[in-house]
Write a protein that binds this ligand. Sequence first.
Ligand code: NI
Length: 254
Amino acid sequence: MLFDTHAHYYAEQFDPDRDEVLSALPAANVGLVLCPGCDLESSRQSIALAEQYPFLYAAAGVHPEDALGLPDDWLEQVEAMTHHPKVKAVGEIGLDYYWQEVPRDLQKEVFRAQLALAQRLDMPVIVHDREAHGDSLAIVKEFPGVRGVFHCYSGSVEDAKTLIKLGWHLSFTGTITFKNARKAPEVIAAVPLDRIMVETDAPYMAPTPYRGKRCDSRYVYRMAETIAQIKGLTTQEVEEATTENGKRLFGIED
Ligand code: NI
C-alpha cells in the first residue's frame, strides 16, 4: 500500500470529479494521502476533505507564495487548525525564490513563525524550498527541535546528507521519473531508504509516462518504481518503507 504524502485535492482541477478520484484510491493501492494547505482557506478545505475520507489526512500552514496580505491573527488561525485530530503537520511552509512577488524578508518571517509554532506544538513540518536551498537549510537549523520533510526535494547531495544528519526526511515527486532528471537520482542513491517518502504534489508534475496530464495519487507508484530502480530494490520494498516512513513521521497509526 502506497502513501502519497503530498497532494492538493482541494485544487480546482479536481472540481469536476474530486469524489470519483478520491474514492478510487484505496482500490488503486493508495492507502494513505496527506493533503497540505497553502493558505488559511486551503488548509480549511484540506481538513474538510480529511473529515470526509478516512484515509486522507491534512496539514495546515501558509506557503511562501501566499505570505502577502495575511490577517493579523493568521498564526493563531493556523494553530487552531493544528488541534484538529486529522491535522498531522504544519505545512506547507518554506521559501520560494522562483516567484518574485513576495519579498524574501516576509517569506522568512512567515517561515520562522511557523517553525516556531511547530516546535512549540511538537509537530512535524512540510517544507517547500524552491531555489532557496541555502536560506532554507540555514533557517531550519535555527530550530533544532523541529523535524519534518523537504518535499519535492531539489537540493544537492551534500545538503541532503546534512538534512538527514539533522533528522529530516526527503520526499520525491514525478520529476524523478523524467528522462533529464540528474540530481535527484544521485540524492536518492545517497540517502537511506528510511528517510525517503513518495508524493505526487497533485494536481501538478505528473510522472512519466503521464506527463502533461492532471496528476493524482494513482500515479505515485511510478515514484516508488523509480526509487526502487535507483536503489536496486524491489518496488514492494520501497512501497512498504516509504509508507512506514510517512506513518512514523506524521504519527499515523493503523
Ligand atoms: Ni505542494
